[in-house]
Write a protein that binds this ligand. Structure first.
Ligand SMILES: Nc1ncnc2c1ncn2[C@@H]1O[C@H](COP(=O)(O)OP(=O)(O)OP(=O)(O)O)[C@@H](O)[C@H]1O
Length: 589
């Protein structure tokens, strides 16, 4: 936790909760009420869009679910507002699970388009139901009473709105700094890396989608008691875009960006409603144009949102090192030296008419470094992806420690003890080195989202960080654990990936072109680390281009050419082979 969270959050919370007791004009209390409610929705979008990379235009519909639940229960059934909150949140969760199950597997532009579709659909449903009052909505919602105390619509409700908003902010910050939070943060770096760490990306997406829907529904519930009337227009797709706008403007990657964005939008919106008619008459919806211009300017000059201007000036504190003496994480049985660890048996991959891997067989034994080499397009990466479950085989079998792992998804393969690095480094730049490595230990922990929000996961977190530090020390990078991973040069980033893979306590480490793009010194450092790992009993499979690097390092080498296995032997046998030389020089043999 940074100093800012430690001191600024309680101060800000106290100010917002006490604001109604201060001599602040009603006008600003009302604005602050709006900001709190908007911030709840924008916070969901920060998590969903900013952190997890899933764009949603449809959040306003979830606000509507919360608002209509409150209105319907309070007016038509004279039910308890707290029951209405429960029902509103329950309905939002149910809707998010169903919609998420359908849409979250979509990629690219399909997801945002789908969110527009269901945003419209939910809104039309509200507008066309007789029992929800159609376009007129539901009027005459009573004010909210807590323990017999009437909160009214202004100062009293302010305390409740901000209590929810601040709790949501606190829970979100805690979530982001936790095992499930790191999983959510890994989504933006692409599913391949997250799945290779054992994360179910679908589940992580669904979790964050549900959280965002719940925050929106709570905001809607508050909105109903604030406005004391609901109708479909504040839950339209236009409002959904405005919520997204708040998150983007404020800083889509930061919890406090949601608050800043909500504040700026609300105040601009309000001022424009006064100013625009004076300047250009009452006709037309000119605020929208001004918002559009503001958004373009912000995206151009502050693509990460306005909060970055604040956060840049705030001191950054290193994570408090509180894991000394933490119990080690559970470890798996180590294979015995020389045991057959991985068996690749007549594995085949066809892409249409192209046979990328043609019935290739080889094995990796425990404690050895096996190199897989071959000229460009030989099928090395495809073989690597077949072993790690990124691609499915056309034919053949892959066995690991006696178990058939053919066709398993990569997170299941990771669970069995195969860990990997990537040819194009896949780290999370905005997380520290330590947090990136801790992500590798995902499968060795079990704490979930609610535990993270309630902070009941701290003992496990300490164990994870102790392990992450131990792995960083193993590759000689413990002194850099607090640095942002994105600030590292390529060499240290590749080492970080190795530490992350080691953090999963693997029986076999698969490295995809680890020396690619490294300078000579960095290659030497990497080779030294790999030799040391072998010395400690680790088994490694190395896909590599760099002959010099691989010759001095491996025990055995498998050479591929045009998808087939050309030869297998010791480095000196391979070096002496005319077939291999010819393959690399591209001559006939
Ligand atoms: N997804 C795909 N769809 C179609 N063809 C593919 C696909 N992936 C790989 N290939 C083809 O399969 C063959 C083997 O590619 P692969 O990337 O495995 O080779 P490689 O030995 O790793 O090469 P490089 O060293 O250049 O990475 C190539 O001809 C490639 O064009």
């Amino acid at each position: 936790m940074t100093n800012v969270q430690r001191f600024a959050f309680p101060a800000f919370a106290a100010l917002m909760l006490l604001l109604p007791a201060l001599p602040v004009p009603d006008f600003w209390i009302t604005q602050s009420n709006y900001i709190g409610m908007y911030a709840l929705v924008a916070l969901g979008l920060v998590l969903l869009t900013g952190v997890a990379g899933l764009t949603s235009f449809g959040q306003a519909a979830f606000v509507g679910v919360g608002a209509y639940s409150a209105a319907f229960l309070a007016v038509k059934m004279s039910g308890s507002p707290w029951l209405a909150l429960l029902i509103g949140v329950g309905l939002a969760v149910a809707a998010a699970v169903v919609l998420g199950a359908i849409t979250l597997r979509m990629s690219g532009h399909y997801l945002p388009l789908a969110t527009i579709a269901w945003g419209l659909a939910l809104n039309y449903t509200m507008a066309n139901m007789d029992w929800l009052g159609k376009y007129d909505g539901i009027l005459g919602i009573p004010t909210l009473k807590v323990f017999g105390y009437d909160l009214g619509t202004g100062r009293g409700l302010h305390v409740l709105i901000w209590a929810f908003a601040l709790l949501a902010a606190l829970a979100s910050m805690r979530l982001l700094d936790s095992r499930p939070g790191r999983a959510i943060r890994s989504l933006k770096s692409g599913a391949t890396m997250a799945e290779a760490m054992g994360i179910s990306t679908f589940r992580a997406k669904l979790t964050v989608f549900v959280i965002a829907a719940v925050l929106a529904a709570v905001s809607g519930w508050l909105f109903a008691f604030f406005q004391r009337t609901v109708n479909p227009s504040p839950f339209s797709i236009g409002k959904g875009i405005e919520y997204l706008f708040m998150a983007v403007l404020g800083g889509v990657g930061h919890v406090w960006g949601a608050f800043l964005g909500a504040g700026v939008v609300r105040i601009i919106e309000d001022q424009l409603q006064i100013l625009m008619p004076r300047l250009i008459g009452t006709s037309g919806n000119f605020e929208t144009i001004v918002f559009g211009i503001v958004l373009v300017v912000v995206l151009k000059y502050a693509p990460d949102g306005l909060w970055t201007f604040v956060s840049r000036r705030l001191p950054r504190a290193d994570r408090v090192r509180d894991w000394d003496g933490a119990a080690p994480l559970p470890a798996r049985d180590k294979p015995t030296h020389g045991e057959s660890l991985l068996q690749v048996d007549k594995v085949r991959k066809e892409f249409g008419g192209l046979v990328a891997v043609n019935d290739v067989s080889f094995e990796v034994r425990a404690g050895e470094i096996l190199g897989l080499i071959g000229p460009n397009g030989a099928g090395k990466s495809t073989t690597f992806n077949l072993i790690t479950g990124v691609l499915t085989t056309t034919a053949g079998r892959v066995r690991f420690r006696g178990e058939d792992i053919t066709g398993l998804p990569s997170r299941q393969i990771a669970r069995r003890g195969i860990s990997r690095t990537f040819q194009h480094v896949k780290i999370i730049p905005e997380m520290t080195v330590l947090e990136n490595v801790a992500l590798g230990g995902y499968l060795r922990g079990s704490s979930g989202t609610v535990g993270a929000m309630l902070r009941t996961d701290r003992a496990e977190e300490r164990r994870l960080f102790a392990e992450a530090e131990r792995q960083l020390a193993r590759i000689g990078m413990a002194d850099r654990m607090h640095e942002m991973a994105g600030n590292l040069a390529l060499g240290p980033q590749r080492l970080l990936e190795i530490a992350r893979a080691l953090c999963s306590d693997p029986s076999l480490l698969l490295l995809d072109e680890p020396a690619a793009g490294l300078r000579h010194k960095e290659k030497q450092a990497l080779a030294e680390v790999l030799r040391q790992l072998k010395g400690e009993g680790m088994s490694l499979l190395l896909v590599e281009h760099d002959m010099e690097f691989i010759m001095g390092l491996t025990d055995r080498i498998v050479v591929m050419e045009f998808g087939t296995l050309l030869m297998e032997g010791t480095p000196s046998e391979v070096q002496a082979s005319p077939k291999v030389r010819a393959a690399y020089l591209g001559t006939e043999h």
